[in-house]
Write a protein that binds this ligand. Structure first.
Ligand code: ZN
Length: 159
């Protein structure tokens, strides 16, 4: 069986940035599981997965536009420090969830001033070229229910 649309794929990965630093890895965790063609993983990785088989190991380099997007200055916002519940805890680098009205987004505090804070809605990996080492573990057909829901059902899952 090879990876194609509507196959459930599990894989191990190591993700490095342009400097060769490991920024994420499934090592010591369960493999990542997704449905090919569902948009469950970044576009560039889904493309690289197409046609691969169980046991395949490969490297892939993914440019920002097929990963987490280009960095967008328009996604910076200035908000009053007083809009935080605990202004004393606000510092550069902290991340928090914001309900934007069309979904939960992660914002990162990039600058703290006397009474204003600059927050950034760009994904922390936007603008980055990503370097993956991939190790394909399993491939199976998705069930009808999984396709309907657009996500994989595991034994831990929720329904
Ligand atoms: Zn479901």
């Amino acid at each position: 069986m090879k990876i194609e649309k509507n196959k459930v794929v599990s894989f191990h990965y190591v993700l490095k940035n342009n400097e060769g630093e490991v920024i994420d890895s499934s090592e010591n965790h369960e493999p990542l599981v997704y449905i090919q063609g569902s948009g469950g993983i970044i576009a560039g990785l889904e493309e690289a997965m197409e046609g691969k088989k169980i046991g395949d190991k490969f490297d892939v380099v993914i440019p920002p536009d097929k990963a987490y997007g280009l960095y967008d200055d328009e996604l910076l916002q200035t908000i009053p420090l007083s809009s935080f519940e605990d202004p004393a805890d606000v510092e550069e680098g902290i991340q928090f969830q914001v309900d934007t009205g069309d979904g939960i987004r992660i914002a990162t505090v990039t600058e703290v001033h006397d009474d204003e804070v600059i927050i950034d809605f760009n994904h922390p990996l936007s603008g980055e070229t990503l370097y993956f080492d991939i190790d394909v573990q399993e491939i199976r057909e998705a069930t009808e229910e999984e396709l309907e829901h657009g996500h994989v059902h595991t034994h831990e899952c929720c329904h």
